[in-house]
Ligand binder design. Structure first.
Ligand SMILES: Cc1ncc(COP(=O)(O)O)c(C=O)c1O
Length: 453
């Protein structure tokens, strides 16, 4: 039989996969270490159980105790998986920039979640780690895991993650790319790789705005850290788990580069990950290109967590556009119509009288009404013309739509982007009919596009 004793036995031994389609057109093929396939969906499952076992061994955590931690979300999940199996309670403190999905997820695992402000200094009592530390002190049987200081964090990466990568590549990897939150991953993996082959290049992929990159360059820079939105990596100080001794270089990655890379990865490879993974693969490609890597390279990038927890952020086109990571003019007509679901399209038929049409439209402020015959556009009624007929005192029940309708509106497909659609609606009559994939019709006016842009 091949049955494991608990979910804890499913942690680690994650696969490595060639990212061939993602690397298409590049001289080298990037390889991914798929740590998002851990049971909790992230690399942090490894350190959750490792820190707990270490605390148990040192007598810091006793049966029925309470684990507290300041976490970007994933470490909390890793701890919760282990805690639930071993009978501990959990209290987690998360900065408020973390996605709602992560908070809901921790609550689903039965943990107590406390949300703290992101924009506070590390020394503030409101800083997420300080809140978690205080709660551990105040709770009988409380133990603060402290992933930013706890040396079992880099150690488990040295003992498991690094060894797996080494064995899976037969020791032939040439580069290793990872970001650093606590630095546990890159520190532990980097140390092992350098011990086994100092020629392997270990490159830190750091978000633009993090303190790590500038500090690496001269070991003294004190830039004011800028805000960035990628979660889980980059920091504004050097924690006890970070070590630059095993790092050869740093490549800086913008939020936009990270998000676009992760979105490309899932579309080309079906590998669904978060922004920190995007940061690593974008950084890897950028660094390898800049350093002239060729087909002999066997570069490994670290894939950190699953994409599900970022659906409302980097995988939401609206969120991406609001934050300037996607062009507004890339919205498609179909997407705009989806947002306007409640708006009903009013159409007329050529054989109807104008009076019949007016019954339908009397409370609506419409400038044009498409005229359809057998489901296809054959003309349109325009408000100017209706106004003229009314002013002339004509009886609307005696006029057929066919007699007064004007040219049909231009017809476009729902895949058209706002940028292209603008060309169709710029000219009179200022609206276009959208042929939807479902077979229905939609209408978008110049005003709709202005609202989007
Ligand atoms: C999503 C995600 N990616 C990457 C990391 C960074 O890993 P490490 O703390 O080992 O540097 C973290 C850390 O919290 C994370 O949450």
């Amino acid at each position: 039989m091949n049955i494991l004793n608990s979910i804890l036995d499913c942690i680690g031994d994650t696969p490595m996969v060639r990212l061939s389609r993602f690397s298409d057109g590049l001289p080298f093929t990037l390889v991914g270490k798929l740590d998002q396939l851990n049971p909790g969906g992230s690399v942090k499952d490894r350190i959750g159980i490792a820190m707990i076992r270490d605390a148990e061994a040192k007598g810091l955590l006793q049966a029925g105790g309470t684990i507290t931690e300041g976490t970007a979300g994933n470490t909390g999940l890793g701890l919760a998986i282990a805690a639930n199996n071993l009978g501990y309670k959990c209290v987690f403190c998360l900065p408020d920039k973390m996605s709602k999905e992560k908070i809901d997820l921790l609550r689903a695992y039965g943990a107590k979640v406390i949300v703290t402000p992101t924009a506070v200094d590390k020394s503030s009592p409101l800083h997420y780690a300080n809140v978690a530390k205080r709660i551990a002190k105040e709770t009988p049987g409380g133990w603060f895991a402290g992933q930013f200081e706890n040396q079992s964090n880099p150690l488990v990466h040295y003992q498991s993650t690094a060894k797996e990568i080494w064995d899976q590549t037969d020791g032939k990897l040439t580069h290793f790319f990872a970001g650093a939150g606590t630095g546990g991953t890159i520190n532990g993996v980097g140390k092992f790789l350098k011990e086994h082959n100092p020629a392997i290049k270990v490159v830190l992929c750091d978000p633009d705005g993090s303190f790590y990159g500038p500090w690496f360059k001269d070991h003294k820079a004190q830039p004011a850290p800028r805000q960035y939105t990628v979660e889980g990596i980059g920091l504004d100080y050097i924690p006890g788990t970070m070590n630059f001794d095993h790092i050869d270089d740093v490549v800086t990655v913008s939020d936009r580069e990270a998000y676009l890379a992760a979105r490309k990865l899932v579309r080309l490879e079906g590998i669904f990950t978060g922004g920190s993974t995007g940061n690593n693969i974008a950084g890897a490609v950028k660094w390898l290109k800049a350093n002239g890597a060729g087909k002999d390279a066997l570069p490994v990038a670290f894939l950190c967590d699953v994409g599900d927890r970022y659906l409302s952020k980097m995988y939401s086109d609206d969120w991406m556009r609001e934050n300037g990571f996607l062009e507004r003019s890339d919205v498609t007509a179909g997407e705009i119509l989806l947002r306007q679901r409640s708006r009903k399209l009013v159409t007329a038929e050529p054989a109807q009288s104008l009076a019949e049409v007016m019954v339908q439209v009397k409370t609506l402020d419409l400038s044009q009404i498409p005229v359809l015959e057998n489901g296809e556009p054959v003309g349109a009624l325009y408000d100017g013309q209706l106004l003229k007929l009314l002013l002339e005192g004509r009886k609307l029940d005696q006029i057929k739509v066919r007699e007064v309708m004007g040219n049909p509106l231009p017809v476009v497909d729902e895949e058209i982007t706002v940028g292209e659609l603008l060309k169709s609606v710029e000219r009179e009559p200022g609206a276009a009919l959208i042929r939807r994939a479902s077979g229905e019709w939609g209408i978008l006016t110049k005003a709709d596009l202005v609202a989007v842009l």
